[in-house]
Design a protein around this ligand. Structure first.
Ligand SMILES: Cc1ncc(C[n+]2csc(CCOP(=O)(O)OP(=O)(O)O)c2C)c(N)n1
Ligand SMILES: [Mg+2]
Length: 397
């Protein structure tokens, strides 16, 4: 594909960016304005109105996309959003201890997730429900940890989708190490590490960038810049646009419209393909917005204004693809109605499965700490057993 080879010769974007020179005065307001589609640094293929715009560098990665595939991306986003809403509701009903919603980030996740190949390996944070969906992890498996009934919920090697990682940024190192192993094996698969804007401040992420660059590891760093790290805004994380960080480490960085599923797909394909060809790491900054709270324990009204959310609502990732599908006559009412029914059925299944999840054995937490057991763990188990037995209604301990 010509565009691929052009992109390979000119892996760029981090070099020569302008916004870094704007210094420290970037405000949330200007940042939000830049993402309207007028930002020359932002790769966008679909405007918020659903209009397909040309991009000489990245069009080639999605040129052959069929109406069926576009409907598929739409379906992925709708079902992921529905699953996510259901999980939030389940937490409110006391069925989950916590939930980290992906609301607003569906395009970044579905676009990048659908760009991965089966043999690629994905290292997520705790919010990548859309990527999990693309990898074929049953969504109900994501809920066990949030209900507190297991420590993970799926076999990472089953779908090449690592367990959720709560320790911010640490998975960037895991992914880089894994990618170095892939290269040593001589395989042509790639690795992708997800993390957030806040994680970019972690030493682990900088260390991962450097190792990946120096060892030319086939890893794509996919940073979802959702503008917030709990209550900390972008301005507290970086003085340059995040994608420009890559330049200092010696690999390309691209800022993509993370609310544009087509652009997210194209840019991630570009990065994964060059990694597979042995051209090393790339950083993708998916510029998006966390529409909901950080988690169900958070109240964003305490640190951000409603008008900011409203501005991003106008750039909704699902709405823009719907507009595009409708304008191009790629989907009729029957398609949308069927999808609505499918969403309902998914919601029902999620509710039923969660409520039926068995409580874990209360001593399971002491298992798998050491392969051959350990005196300290034995002592703690005995202490815990004595504590449990001290309850008046204790039975079977
Ligand atoms: C090493 C570490 N420090 C702090 C935390 C607490 N913490 C949990 S989420 C979070 C913010 C992460 O923000 P970002 O990387 O932007 O990801 P987002 O939640 O926005 O997706 C923090 C500080 C943690 N889990 N791990
Ligand atoms: Mg964030």
């Amino acid at each position: 594909m010509t565009v691929e080879s052009t992109a390979a010769r000119k892996p760029r974007r981090s070099a020569g960016g302008k916004a870094g020179t704007t210094g420290t005065k970037r405000t949330t307001r200007t940042t939000a304005k830049k993402a309207q589609g007028t930002d020359p640094e932002l790769v966008q293929l679909l405007t918020p109105e659903g209009e397909r715009v040309k991009n000489a560098e990245y069009d080639g990665y999605v040129d052959g996309i069929t109406a069926d595939e576009l409907r598929g991306l739409y379906r992925d986003m709708v079902l992921t959003r529905r699953f996510d809403a259901e999980a939030t509701a389940l937490q409110r009903q006391g069925e989950l201890g916590l939930w980290a919603s992906l609301l607003g980030q569906e395009a970044a996740q579905i676009g990048s997730g659908r760009a991965t190949r089966e043999d690629d390996y994905v290292f997520p944070t705790y919010r990548e429900h859309g990527v999990a969906w693309c990898r074929g992890v049953d969504p109900t498996n994501l809920l066990g940890m949030f209900r507190g009934v297991n420590n993970g919920g799926w076999d990472p090697n089953g779908n090449n989708f690592h367990l959720y990682t709560i320790v911010i940024g640490s998975q960037a190192l895991h992914a880089t190490g894994y990618a170095m192993g892939v290269a040593k094996d001589g395989a042509d698969s790639a690795v992708i590490a997800y993390f957030g804007d806040g994680a970019s401040s972690q030493g682990d992420v900088s260390e991962a960038f450097n190792f990946a660059a120096v060892y030319n590891a086939p890893v794509v760093f996919f940073c979802q810049n959702n503008q917030w790290a709990i209550s900390e805004s972008n301005e507290k994380q970086t003085r340059v646009p995040l994608y420009q960080r890559a330049q200092g480490f010696g690999f390309p960085g691209v800022r993509v419209d993370g609310n544009d599923v087509l652009a997210s797909l194209a840019v991630t394909r570009w990065a994964l393909e060059r990694a597979r060809r042995g051209e090393g790491p790339a950083l993708i900054e998916a510029y998006t917005y966390r529409m909901g709270a950080h988690t169900t324990s958070d109240d964003p009204s305490r640190y951000r204004h409603d008008d900011e959310r409203a501005a991003w609502e106008a750039k909704d990732p699902i709405l823009r693809l719907r507009r595009h599908l409708e304008a191009a006559n790629h989907a009729d009412e029957g398609f949308f109605a069927e999808l609505e029914a499918e969403s309902e059925a998914l919601g029902k299944r999620v509710r039923e499965v969660v409520r039926a999840m068995p409580d874990p054995d209360r001593f399971a937490i002491f298992e798998n700490v050491y392969a051959d057991g350990h005196a300290l763990v034995d002592e703690e188990r005995a202490q815990f057993a004595a504590y449990q037995a001290s309850f008046a209604d204790a039975e079977g301990v």
